[in-house]
Design a protein around this ligand. Structure first.
Ligand SMILES: Nc1ncnc2c1ncn2[C@@H]1O[C@H](COP(=O)(O)OP(=O)(O)OP(=O)(O)O)[C@@H](O)[C@H]1O
Length: 238
């Protein structure tokens, strides 16, 4: 029997205006433990699809399955078990980090939000070491660190609940080569230790081909060649 995908997107249409969706009929799977690179030109809709896969953006139609179970609710309405299955890192850390939080609290945020305060000291120390953040940096706020340092904290935050799927949306696009290498190595160490799957979104062929088990191009994802047939729309409830 074929292995059940960890993530499956079936004929997903999504965007910001139903009359002109940013993503049309996109289908994609990630198997447990697999690293898939999604390549495509700027503006084609990759980030929108990544946000759907991260349960942050409700699609207009199509189906998203996690471990074979359809996702019926998005954002804060998604069941906690599904929400915590997926960790996500975005391209611009300054847009996804609360400027008031010290890096230590930024990393710990998902633990506090899920009532696991007692895990904070150990997990923050462990992850800071894994992503290469020294203790003095952990006490600073976002405006007191570099983009690369802030992105390291955002990666640590994405890993803090031990997601089984990590989505990296252009995670290293703004960073230099050595920070890119360090962040990719931190992701790969995490995947080796936990068996987590990865969806890495970007336009850097060289990086994604080196990093991932398989790369798919946006044109194939949206032409129906990499996925399945049309599925019923998601239910109307959020
Ligand atoms: N919040 C939004 N409101 C309205 N339109 C948006 C919004 N975010 C993105 N778009 C539009 O949706 C389309 C797809 O954008 P998206 O960010 O998904 O593309 P992308 O492939 O990730 O691009 P890039 O590689 O440049 O980040 C673009 O035309 C963009 O202008």
């Amino acid at each position: 029997m074929p292995e059940q995908p960890l993530l499956e997107l079936r004929a997903v249409t999504a965007g910001y205006d139903r009359r002109a969706p940013a993503v049309r009929n996109a289908s994609l799977t990630v198997a447990p433990g697999e690293a898939v690179g999604l390549l495509g030109p700027s503006g084609c809709g990759k980030s929108t699809l990544a946000r759907v896969a991260a349960l942050l953006h409700r699609p207009d139609s199509g189906t998203l399955l996690l471990d074979g179970a359809p996702v019926r609710r998005w954002r804060h309405r998604a069941p906690r078990a599904q929400r915590t299955t997926v960790g996500v890192v975005f391209q611009q850390p300054r847009l996804s980090a609360d400027p008031r939080l010290r890096l230590t609290d930024l990393i710990a945020e998902p633990l506090r939000a899920t009532g696991r305060r007692e895990d904070v000291p150990d997990r923050v120390a462990e992850l800071a070491a894994a992503v290469g953040l020294t203790p003095d940096l952990l006490g600073r706020r976002p405006h007191e660190v570099s983009d690369g340092q802030l992105q390291r904290a955002c990666l640590a935050r994405a890993l803090v609940l031990r997601p089984r799927l990590l989505i990296c949306d252009e995670m290293t696009a703004m960073l230099d080569a050595s920070t890119t290498a360090a962040l990719v190595a931190a992701v790969e160490d995490y995947r080796t230790a936990t068996g987590a799957g990865l969806l890495a979104v970007g336009h850097d062929h060289t990086l994604l081909k080196r990093w991932c088990d398989r790369t798919v191009h946006w044109d194939d994802v949206t032409s129906g060649t990499s996925g399945t047939s049309l599925e019923p729309s998601v239910p109307s409830a959020m």
